[in-house]
Design a protein around this ligand. Structure first.
Ligand code: ATP
Ligand code: ZN
Ligand code: MG
Length: 302
């Protein structure tokens, strides 16, 4: 049995994660949720004075916005769409017959106007664009959403439905890169306060296909993405628990996000992988929260 399987099994045995029969789709215990809630309060403490506007979107988004985002160009392998039965009574009869004999009953499902949210910030850009020019101070937003990515895995840190807390900043290049640097520093400080050793490294997104290799190299060459890494299931390949993305003016141009003077906004987003952070805490301090170091408990629960 490899290390990953055993950490996942230990999480199941302790009841912290609940097996659904699908890799990467888990229930969470009250204790697991309590750790996430406590860590989110810590995020609030670090980010609270910045005056971000909080918004919460459901885990599904407007399909038209998703299409416009270009997600299918870059990450078709990860996307999840919502389909429904839209047929007649006759179609219903054949649907049930299909299910009865174990044939593929999903073929007749039709796409709805909703797709699963791939990252917490995706619904934000068109929402803000609709408001008109940003104020002089730019924009700062506080988001949290369940996100879907079709990447089934036995690694408990790679889930198909997981929560991302994000701050998104819109403004000049200097403004948003300062924002990103501030959160890199805060990320290191926060993880230290909960007893986790971290490293920060340049990263890239998993762009699809051969053309995607070039996009990934370009992202690295331009220092557009950094990750805060913590060993969870492997020391050699530590897990990205936060990411820090600078989009230049790509989203500003795509969505028509403009500053007060009419120039195109630059944007950056900082994401916390909430399940991954909880898993890092359980991995490092043990599965019994009562046994965690007093300093860590004090940081999280006062
Ligand atoms: P990885 O390189 O591990 O796939 P990522 O680059 O895809 O991570 P982002 O797209 O930057 O990650 O997502 C923001 C944050 O969401 C990540 O820093 C991570 O903490 C979390 N995250 C991403 N994918 C998953 C997943 N499959 N399960 C749990 N958390 C995830
Ligand atoms: Zn984002
Ligand atoms: Mg990924």
């Amino acid at each position: 049995m490899d290390m990953q399987t055993s950490f996942l099994d230990r999480l199941f045995d302790a009841g912290l994660l609940i097996d659904t029969g699908i890799d990467g789709l888990y229930g969470r215990s009250g204790q697991f949720e309590d750790v996430i809630a406590a860590f989110e309060r810590l995020i609030d403490k670090f980010g609270g004075a910045d005056g971000a506007e909080a918004m919460r979107f459901p885990p599904g988004m407007n399909r038209a916005f998703f299409e416009k985002s270009g997600y299918m160009k870059s990450f078709p392998q990860l996307a999840g769409t919502v389909h429904s039965f839209c047929g007649s009574e006759l179609d219903h009869v054949s649907l049930l017959e299909c299910m009865e004999v174990g044939e593929d009953w999903t073929k007749g499902q039709e796409a709805t106007d909703i797709v699963l949210t791939p990252a917490a910030c995706y619904p934000l850009y068109p929402t803000v664009a609709k408001r008109g020019n940003l104020p002089k101070t730019g924009g700062l937003f506080d988001l949290q959403s369940y996100c879907f990515r079709h990447e089934p895995s036995k690694d408990p840190a790679r889930q198909q439905l997981f929560r991302m807390r994000e701050y998104v900043c819109m403004g000049t290049e200097q403004h948003v890169t300062d924002f990103r640097q501030r959160w890199m520093d805060r990320g290191v400080e926060m993880m230290k306060a909960v007893g986790l050793e971290v490293t920060i490294d340049i990263a890239n997104d998993p762009f699809f296909g051969r053309a995607g290799k070039m996009l990934a190299n370009n992202q690295r060459d331009q220092n557009l993405k950094f990750e805060l890494l913590i060993p969870i299931t492997s020391v050699a390949n530590p897990t990205a628990c936060m990411s820090f993305n600078y989009h230049q003016d790509a989203f500003g141009t795509k969505w028509g996000l403009n500053l007060e003077d009419g120039s195109v906004a630059h944007t950056a987003c900082v994401g916390f992988g909430l399940e991954r952070i909880a898993l890092a805490l359980f991995h490092h301090h043990g599965l019994d929260v009562k046994q965690w170091p007093a300093s860590v408990r004090k940081t999280l629960w006062g």
